[in-house]
Design a binder for this molecule. Structure first.
Ligand SMILES: [Zn+2]
Length: 61
């Protein structure tokens, strides 16, 4: 599995595709749907969703 460049500082919400804001170090929150997760986890989730083209029912942290 290959990840995107880990140096990027913003991310899009994997649930609703809105911009997420960094609320603490490497931790992002979506202001639209309140989804929040570690940035590394978001990258992995986005990768899986793009790869399989179907959303996974992942629990909110
Ligand atoms: Zn969202």
């Amino acid at each position: 599995m290959t990840y995107e460049d880990p140096s990027f500082s913003s991310s899009k919400c994997p649930k609703c595709d809105s911009e997420m804001e960094e609320v603490s170090y490497r931790y992002f929150r979506c202001s639209s749907c309140n989804y929040e997760n570690d940035r590394d986890a978001i990258v992995i989730i986005e990768f899986i969703w793009e790869e399989f083209s179907e959303p996974l029912d992942l629990p909110l942290k």
